[in-house]
Write a protein that binds this ligand. Structure first.
Ligand code: SAH
Ligand code: SF4
Length: 411
């Protein structure tokens, strides 16, 4: 399988200087290039007027190759939620979501094209894994978000706006929070995800300079990788997708539970909290009659009581053809109350972005000509979710990619 082209954001600052030297240029050019990319979000040689013309075109061509091609973009919530579907160099599809709140801007990014874990309620899981994203492919999603905030919307073949309010202005002009809750299991692409976290958080010119504390890595519960993350010395928030407090239900909802049981996953989570001092977010998709019983709420509350934890309940966002649906409102309320009765903080995510799921799925399915068989099988679904410290956040949503081998662009 060929790899994505090498990009500045794959490299640390020292490696960038070396790469520039190998191209026959002075090392400080690497810093100039980095300032353009991480500080001004540009990879266009014409913008780099502080570099000699001949130098900038060579360096941009070698170190800033285009990684993401916009395939479709949709907005809703009066322009506050923006979903982007990207085509990668090999035709694989991934999506990111930009969410503007009064006090922050959150970007939900993908870490893999597809996912190999296979949770039955998740659209990404149903499609299987295509491949890991490179570090730069992850970082580029955030850079694209920064550009979008500045008003430079990427040119896309298909842009549809729902309920747009052109007057709406972001309170923040920069991405302040990142959640690894798009396609993929971040800890199954450990090396590239950690490098991406460093690139997102290193100050300019090393990276984008976003606070580590504003980054949330969501995992299905890969226990050894959680332990490794705890030893990285990073202050990122860990979100654990638990979805059931008992092994019987979790074995079905999260197949990796057959390998690492609820008790082991929670123990790794508490070790993470102890090592970092960070409150762990426990994700729980509420599914009618599957995991929403009162006794499960009580069991969850008792397992979490006294620990540095917070529960994020996510009303299930059913995938097309799903036999499962979200819990009834009264059941959800009781679930919340029972957890809270154990003294455990609990919030329910809002349903931001849901109105355009279907639209985008249709759009992508009609717009995306399959370039490879693997890509054609990819069905991305970004879980649009916000960092837990922000209070409410959006629910998982999907931009469904085509299931067929061919389709035609929209007229
Ligand atoms: N693979 C990682 C991160 C991506 S999924 C993980 O599983 O944690 C982000 C969150 O969205 C997870 O909590 C996941 O379980 C949840 N999710 C996925 N599909 C969903 C759906 N259809 N409805 C509600 N939540 C969903
Ligand atoms: Fe993968 Fe997360 Fe979806 Fe499970 S919920 S299939 S781990 S993306």
């Amino acid at each position: 399988m060929s790899r994505p082209p090498r990009h500045l954001a794959d490299l640390g600052l020292a490696e960038r200087r070396q790469a520039v030297a190998e191209l026959g240029e002075r090392e400080f050019r690497a810093d100039q290039l980095s300032r353009h990319y991480f500080g001004r979000y540009t990879d266009s040689a014409e913008d780099m007027t502080d570099l000699p013309a001949a130098v900038r075109s060579v360096l941009a061509a070698e170190l800033l190759p285009p990684l993401l091609t916009s395939e479709c973009e949709l907005t809703c919530d009066k322009g506050a939620t923006r979903k982007m579907l990207w085509r990668l160099f090999d035709g694989a599809l991934v999506e990111s979501v930009l969410m503007k709140y009064p006090d922050r801007v959150t970007m939900c990014v993908s870490s893999q094209a597809g996912c190999g874990i296979g949770c039955p309620f998740c659209a990404t899981g149903q499609a299987g894994l295509t491949r890991n994203l490179s570090t730069a492919e992850i970082v580029a999603q955030v850079v694209a978000g920064e550009r979008a905030l500045r008003g430079a919307a990427p040119k896309t073949a298909h842009t549809r706006v729902s309920n747009e309010n052109p007057a709406s202005k972001p309170a923040h002009s920069r991405v302040s929070n990142i959640v690894f809750m798009g396609m993929g299991e971040p800890l199954a692409n450990y090396r590239n995800v950690i490098a991406a976290v460093r690139r997102l958080t290193d100050p300019v010119p090393g990276g984008l300079g976003i606070s580590q504390r504003s980054i949330t890595v969501s995992t299905v519960g890969l226990v050894p990788a959680i332990a490794r993350l705890a030893s990285e010395g990073l202050s990122v928030t860990l979100a654990v997708s638990l979805h059931a407090p008992d092994d019987e239900a979790r074995d079905e909802l999260v197949p990796v539970n057959r390998r690492w049981k609820v008790a082991e996953v929670l123990s790794a989570a508490w070790d993470y909290a102890a090592a970092t001092g960070r409150r762990v977010s426990i994700e729980y998709a509420l599914i009618k009659d599957i995991n929403d019983q009162a006794w499960r709420a009580d069991l969850l509350g008792s397992l979490l009581a006294g620990h540095l934890a917070h529960v994020n309940l996510i009303p299930l966002n059913p995938t097309p053809g799903s036999k499962w649906t979200a819990s009834l409102p009264g059941v959800q309320e009781e679930f919340v109350d029972r957890i809270a009765a154990h003294g455990v903080p609990v919030t329910v995510r809002d349903t931001r972005g849901r109105e355009i799921d279907g639209a985008c799925g249709q759009l992508a399915a009609r717009a995306v000509p399959a370039r490879t068989g693997r890509a054609a099988r990819t069905a991305p679904a970004a879980a649009v979710a916000d960092a837990p410290h922000g209070g409410t956040s959006a629910t998982p949503t999907g931009i469904a990619a085509p299931s067929g081998a061919t389709s035609l662009p929209l007229a």
